[in-house]
Design a binder for this molecule. Structure first.
Ligand code: SAM
Length: 312
């Protein structure tokens, strides 16, 4: 699982947690639906393990979905585009980044987005109140080199080509189109509660609406799994999903923050995974929880929010 292809750097990617999450899936899935796909890390891992042959990859962030579709369906084209943009940065890479960022905000062209995601600070996207991408460049790195990027793009395409349907719907519209044979894996942003805008993502969800939508899925006996709240040290993130939904909560140890380790603190990150009652009825779940300790890689999902300069 460690060497799976991941062309897109993205805040909150489930890339490292996928080996802990997938054992809770049914062994065979007719169609795997990711309403909040981000980089589609769970679909990539599920394809590699042959858990499903059909995937519905959805995220409200349209350029992100267009980028995933390009990677899966036209890998050489997007790899060529990345190579060209990457080599153009050599005169003044910082100025080049801001130039590409301006072009992306004007055109929403996904090929610019790939470069920004590879080159921005810690792969963590930021949006301003007008929905414009405003993350700064990482001044110490030039972004994934084109050869590595091409390998990742081609690898992802090999796993998923011909198996995916892509859309950029709000999750609530997608829920109306889910059927009983689907297995739904959800990884929503867990801030944006009570109207607070979460600048880490293009959009957010409102907690009570999300809870109601999950109750509807329960009524339809849909099998689903949700990564939701978590904690790091004494600090908790996100609201716990209510008992009325009759979900089973599993706690996954996501690892130690490298920063805390450097400072000599034991700060373990725990992430919750909720299993729907329809899932519990149909399969036997693993009784023990495996642990993952990422090497040299800091988990950025639960990082402290930092303020970045707004674009003008
Ligand atoms: C935590 S990230 C998902 C990360 C993903 N699991 C991965 O491995 O890369 C949450 C995603 O939800 C998307 N999102 C936010 N609000 C949404 C909505 N209302 N409907 C659908 N997607 C939404 C964001 O654009 C973001 O990509």
């Amino acid at each position: 699982m460690k060497n799976l292809p991941h062309p897109i750097q993205y805040q909150g990617s489930k890339r490292n947690l996928a080996p802990l999450i997938l054992p809770y899936f049914p062994k065979k899935v007719k169609r795997l639906v990711e309403p909040f796909s981000g980089t589609a890390a769970i679909s990539i891992a599920a394809a590699a393990r042959n858990i499903s042959q059909v995937f519905w990859i959805n995220d409200l962030n349209k350029p992100l979905i267009e980028l995933l579709q390009l990677i899966v369906e036209h890998p050489e084209d997007i790899a060529d585009a990345y190579t060209k943009i990457w080599y153009e940065q050599h005169h003044d890479s910082i100025e080049h980044y801001y130039h590409i960022r301006e072009q992306f905000n004007r055109t929403q062209d996904p090929k610019f987005f790939l470069y920004l995601l590879a080159r921005c600070v810690k792969g963590s996207v930021r949006y301003n109140s007008e929905g414009l991408f405003n993350q700064s460049p990482d001044k110490r790195r030039k972004g994934t080199c084109p050869e590595t990027m091409r390998r990742n793009i081609v690898g992802m395409s090999r796993l998923l080509q011909g198996k995916c349907y892509f859309s950029s719907l709000d999750y609530q519209s997608l829920f109306h189109q889910i059927d009983r044979d689907d297995v739904v894996y959800m990884d929503p942003p867990y801030q944006g509660v009570c109207g607070d805008r979460d600048s880490r993502y293009y959009a957010g969800i409102v907690f009570p609406e999300f809870v109601n939508a999950l109750a509807e899925l329960n009524n339809k006996h849909i099998v689903f799994l949700i990564s939701y709240d978590g904690r790091k040290g004494a600090k908790t993130y996100g609201e716990t999903l209510p008992e009325s939904l009759q979900l089973k909560k599993i706690e996954l140890e996501a690892g130690r923050s490298t920063q805390a380790t450097l400072l000599g603190r034991e700060e373990i990150t725990i992430e919750s995974l909720y299993l729907s009652s329809a899932l519990l009825c149909q399969s036997s779940q693993p009784s023990t929880i495996a642990y993952i300790k990422p090497k040299g890689e800091q988990f950025i999902l639960l990082e402290t929010y930092e303020q970045y300069p707004a674009i003008t």
